[in-house]
Write a protein that binds this ligand. Structure first.
Ligand code: SF4
Length: 472
């Protein structure tokens, strides 16, 4: 999948020292060539311990060599699992001190104790040992000074000490006291304190991040602006999707809004084209919000922001609606993550539609309980959806599924506000979502070994795309 999902561009962009959201991502290969940075992709078999495992070997001009194993875990998140054969668990939410040393595990533990004593903050640590050498990893929320690194280098047996900077916007906060974990706890708190879900979303994010309320609100405004930009840019712009289909969101928008033959869908006339446009922009390597994942990046911009724009809502209300989507997404995934490789397409655009339905109900004046009911209804509608991206690209059926999910959110919001009761509490519906995902065979979880991928047409498109990718 690495070419289809543009992981290759991501690696090159990262090796160039650029952040994931840097627009230079789409020109990463060209820029690497210009910078005389040779990069080779070697396809070979090795036993994957997790889906989406890859092995990256990096050489420096000074003949240093580092081999890392990475795992893409969905929603734009990655995990480093090994560095030169030593076990680590790095997700990019800390300043990671990486210390190499000679000695056995006991020696490693002794040095780690010295390091721990040096720093007040401690977001996690580990010692990995093999062949008479250790790799120590110490995590904290703030950067290390040159003096501190120098002091660590002086400890017994230490041969190297380096720092990896975080890539996520919000740092780890293991001591955070979160106000609730499940949907049931969230709803109980909303009732007891007479609060809306957006207020609880802000409270949760402040507790999780350690940021002020103002910072959290401003960051969500930035999220809304980025999402709106991705939709409008693709609707207006002439974009190259570099794949098996051409952009159609703009044409669909003008058809549904101006052709008398079109079936009138009300706010969905905006929501659906916005959802598709964002996915098209993503295919063209534009900057999108992976919320909750890249494959579902169109659902919130379409169903929440497209609808809000169609209704003429203010930025303040859009921000509030987005806090409802996010807090519902958090409680739904308390024990799992939104990864189609693990749980199928149902946890990508499908799960996003549940979060968006909750936000729409909030805007319509519904109670927190009704928001949760709309989310549960939406989940019931998409249970079991498989992940089968044709030719490995997030285009077919992905873009249409984002359109459907935007519509699912709008439909479920109206159903619940009109009186429908899905009966199943949100916590139980979410637990079912991930349980059903585990029951899906691997052929139907983003491996291109099932579903539409294995149709004769799907296989032909995959061959054609491979030829194009090899030529780039
Ligand atoms: S089929 Fe669904 S989960 Fe799979 S890549 Fe497409 S949108 Fe993502």
């Amino acid at each position: 999948m690495y070419k289809g999902q543009r992981s290759d561009m991501g690696y090159v962009n990262g090796l160039m020292g650029n952040r994931p959201e840097d627009p230079k991502l789409r020109d990463a290969f060209k820029l690497a060539k210009e910078a005389n940075l040779p990069i080779e992709f070697i396809i070979s078999d090795f036993v994957p311990t997790v889906p989406n495992l890859s092995r990256v070997t990096v050489y420096s001009n000074a003949n240093e060599k580092v081999e890392i194993y990475t795992d893409s875990t969905g929603g734009g998140t990655v995990k480093l699992l090994k560095i030169d054969g030593f076990d680590v668990e790095i997700v990019g939410d800390c300043y990671e001190l990486i210390v190499r040393m000679d000695g056995d595990e006991a020696a490693g533990q002794a040095v780690l104790s010295q390091i721990t004593a040096m720093f007040a903050d401690n977001e996690g640590m580990s010692v990995s040992h093999k062949d008479g050498k250790c790799l120590l990893n110490f995590k904290q929320r703030v950067d290390y000074t040159a003096e501190q690194l120098d002091a660590v280098s002086q400890f017994d047996g230490v041969t190297d000490a380096k720092v990896m900077k975080p890539i996520l916007a919000v740092a780890s906060n293991r001591n955070a006291k979160l106000p609730f974990h499940s949907a049931a706890e969230m709803l109980a708190k909303a009732t007891a304190e007479n609060k809306t879900l957006w207020e609880l979303g802000v409270e949760y994010e402040c507790a999780r991040s350690g940021w002020s309320e103002r910072e959290v609100l401003d960051y969500m405004k930035h999220v809304v602006e980025t999402m709106e930009h991705s939709s409008t840019e693709a609707l207006e712009g002439d974009i190259d999707m570099q794949g098996i289909i051409e952009p159609t969101a703009g044409k669909i928008e003008s058809y549904v809004k101006s052709n008398p033959k079109a079936l009138d869908m009300g706010v969905m006339n905006t929501a659906v084209p916005w959802a598709m446009a964002t996915m098209e922009y993503s295919s063209a390597m534009g900057v999108v919000l992976c919320a909750p994942t890249g494959g579902s990046a169109g659902v919130f911009p379409g169903s929440v922001l497209g609808t809000a724009t169609a209704l003429g809502l203010s930025m303040e209300e859009k921000v509030r609606m987005m806090f409802v989507t996010s807090i519902v997404g958090i409680v739904m995934s308390k024990d799992c993550n939104y990864s189609a490789e693990l749980y199928g397409c149902q946890v990508e655009p499908g799960a996003a539609s549940a979060m968006a339905a909750a936000a729409l109900v909030y805007h319509m004046g519904g109670t927190p309980k009704q928001s949760a009911a709309a989310a549960s209804t939406a989940l019931g509608n998409i249970l079991g959806t498989i992940c089968d991206p044709v030719a490995g690209l997030v285009q077919v059926p992905c873009i249409a599924r984002n359109a459907l999910s935007a519509a699912n959110a709008v439909v479920c919001a109206n159903l619940v506000m009109g009186g429908y009761d899905p009966l199943i509490p949100l916590d139980e519906a979410a637990e079912t979502l991930f349980r059903v995902g585990k029951q899906l065979p691997s052929e139907l979880r983003c491996t291109c070994n099932g579903g539409l991928c294995t149709t004769p047409c799907g296989q032909r498109l995959a061959r054609e795309q491979e030829a194009r990718d090899n030529a780039r």
